[in-house]
Write a protein that binds this ligand. Structure first.
Ligand SMILES: C[S@@+](CC[C@H](N)C(=O)[O-])C[C@H]1O[C@@H](n2cnc3c(N)ncnc32)[C@H](O)[C@@H]1O
Length: 298
């Protein structure tokens, strides 16, 4: 690929999605943009680059941006964040939101939906405890194509074999030919919306829990800072942020502090307390700790 064309795609992607593409990843442009060129009846990346420069067609730019996203995901990815959510975050929220009975969760780069649906399954497992609660899971992504797959809630055998407990497969999926379809009760718990993390995040409203996992890795440091600081403004004072295994706030922003002993989980720096991950109500010795043990031992 010509250096001019590489530079043009590189700055287009950085500006539209935050993706930082180094020269050694030029092969990714070749493999992912050829289908876009074909879709637009162009003969190759030279013609695609020319077309971008001359037409400035928003649909073409969107196709290029979406084609370059990495949509890798799986149910209960990395296991631990979901354990932490179930055994620490949720019991804390059940206590602190007992009068409002309302919890809002944001899956900030939800890809094909496994992340928000995993959270929905965790909540569903709580059963009667959440009866009468208003629980909202808002799942967003920049890619309309991947959101269409997420909304459909249909997964291959390979996808349901990665991370999903067999009990959940039996309970929450129905077999459709060689695919697996999520049951309507789980699908209806999640609202999907196309949304760019580089934009103004405020229209999404306030959240108690944010899962922003495995997306910051594609951004440069100023973009990470901008997204994390925007997220800090959406988080309620005692809210919790979950990042991916290769992501951190350290050296990026001072708006968050890590929760002690909980890798990848953060609270607002302005929040009170020592950074102990265990909500006060669930610490040993409190009357609530017995409840936590019964949740954790299931
Ligand atoms: C690797 S997936 C992560 C999925 C899920 N969070 C997980 O951890 O399994 C990254 C997702 O981020 C989305 N993405 C990339 N840039 C984005 C942006 N600027 N705004 C919103 N979503 C973005 C991609 O479309 C992709 O679906």
């Amino acid at each position: 690929m010509k250096a001019d064309d590489f530079n043009m795609f590189q700055s287009l992607l950085k500006q539209r999605s935050g993706l930082v593409l180094s020269r050694d990843k030029a092969y990714l442009l070749e493999s992912r943009l050829m289908p876009v060129a074909r879709k637009w009846s162009l003969r190759g990346l030279d013609e695609l680059a020319q077309s971008v420069r001359s037409k400035k067609d928003e649909r073409l730019l969107k196709d290029i941006t979406e084609a370059m996203t990495t949509n890798e995901s799986s149910f209960f990815r990395d296991t631990k964040p979901y354990e932490q959510f179930r055994t620490l975050t949720l019991p804390g929220l059940l206590k602190s939101r007992a009068s409002a009975r309302k919890i809002r969760i944001w899956s900030a780069a939800c890809s094909s939906g496994q992340e928000p649906y995993s959270l929905a399954m965790v909540l569903k497992e709580e059963g009667a405890k959440l009866a009468g609660w208003n629980i909202e899971i808002v799942a967003t992504d920049i890619s309309s194509e991947i959101l269409a797959k997420a909304k459909a809630g249909i997964y291959t055998q390979f996808e349901v074999q990665r991370g999903l407990p067999i009990t959940h497969l039996v309970k929450y999926f129905r077999q459709r030919g060689d695919k697996w379809e999520l049951t309507p009760d789980i699908r209806s718990m999640v609202t999907f919306r196309e949304f760019n993390l580089l934009g103004d995040l405020r229209p999404l409203g306030q959240f108690d829990v944010v899962f922003c996992r495995n997306v910051l890795i594609y951004f440069d440091q100023p973009t990470k800072t901008r997204v994390l600081e925007g997220t800090s403004r959406l988080l309620n004072a005692d809210g919790v942020l979950f990042l991916g295994g290769a992501e951190t706030v350290l050296g990026i922003t001072d708006k968050f502090k890590p929760l002690d002993g909980q890798r990848g989980v953060y609270q607002l720096a302005s929040a009170g307390g020592s950074g102990d991950a265990t909500p006060t109500a669930a610490r040993p010795g409190s009357t609530f700790s017995a409840g936590l043990r019964s949740v954790a031992s299931r």
